[in-house]
Write a protein that binds this ligand. Structure first.
Ligand code: NAP
Length: 270
């Protein structure tokens, strides 16, 4: 076996193939491949990204940001009570939304939110320029990025540095009553901290697409929490035909040139 195309390989599985030349992650992240302690270190990893994945994530982010912006959960509750309750919210330019991670998915989602009219901020490791988005970079600028944010979208990769970044400290820096959307990885979120922040009102609503354990265990508090929307890791799930074409094109390019634009960096963690 020279090429392995994997989602969550069992630890030790990839080490069984001594002739392995390349690993393809069926997904934009590579955290689920790097967790294998026996992973052959010098085998390059290609991740799977593309316009299809970006389009799907833009749709998911726009849907859930607008839903929080317009306070749809409260509006639906009013309908359930047959209550003609008009909720008037600020217009989008008066709402600050922040996107953590400005890679393929984060940058496109931030641009979409800006096009919708939101006052949009973005945060990444290195400095970026995105039309219509005020950008911040590095740990030093994180607090300024968070301050005033009313809706926060997480699109960071899961690394040793970003693990648990959605925690009580971070929630406290957002505007009280902020909403959080996690569509990156479950490991970014400290579950108990979110539950406490919802309890105190520091966070008003959360949309979660990813979880520490997937499928989310049926006894997990998130399932039945009235302020949490759970989706089953579908924010940007590529269909088999499109994914297959993307992977085949990357493998062809890698075979011909020894590289391709979607190479991940195992050292960096994404
Ligand atoms: P990407 O292109 O690798 O971009 C990652 C971004 O995060 C970059 O802007 C990077 O900054 C920034 N970053 C990394 N470490 C950071 C740190 N310590 N501090 C600040 N910024 C940091 O990733 P992507 O393709 O946009 O995907 C993002 C993540 O989305 C994936 O890793 C995956 O976990 C998740 N995802 C979820 C779904 C779903 O269906 N829920 C689908 C696909 C992907 P630099 O640009 O400066 O390096």
């Amino acid at each position: 076996v020279k090429q392995a195309v994997v989602w969550r390989p069992r630890p030790g599985d990839l080490a069984r193939f001594p002739n392995l030349e390349v690993i393809v992650s069926i997904g934009a992240g590579i955290d689920h491949v790097l967790v294998d302690p026996h992973l052959p270190k010098d085998v390059p990893i290609i991740r799977t990204v593309g316009d299809d994945l970006t389009q799907r994530m833009r749709e998911y982010v726009a849907l859930h940001v607008l839903r929080h912006h317009r306070d749809m959960p409260r509006q639906l509750q009013a309908q359930a009570e047959k209550d003609w309750h008009a909720i008037v919210v600020p217009v989008a330019p008066n709402r600050i939304v922040g996107v953590m991670g400005l890679g393929n998915l984060g940058a496109a989602s931030a641009k979409t939110l800006s096009d919708l009219g939101f006052t949009t901020r973005g945060w990444s490791k290195s400095a970026k320029t995105i039309e219509g988005v005020k950008t911040f970079a590095g740990g030093d600028e994180l607090d300024t990025f968070l301050s005033g944010c009313e809706i926060l979208v997480n699109l960071l990769p899961l690394t040793e540095v970003t693990k648990g970044i959605l925690n009580a400290d971070l929630f406290a820096k957002l505007t009280p009553g902020a909403c959080v959307i996690n569509c990156a990885r479950g490991g970014h979120l400290v579950d108990e901290d979110l539950l406490s922040a919802l309890e105190s009102g520091q966070i008003k609503q959360a949309t979660l697409d990813v979880f520490h354990q997937e499928p989310l265990p049926t006894d997990h508090a998130f399932w039945s929490h009235s302020a949490i929307t759970v989706t089953p890791h579908v924010a940007s799930q590529i269909d088999a035909a499109t994914g297959g074409r993307l992977i085949a094109a990357n493998l062809q390019e890698f075979a011909a040139t020894g590289t391709c634009p979607d190479m991940a960096d195992a050292e960096r963690g994404y």
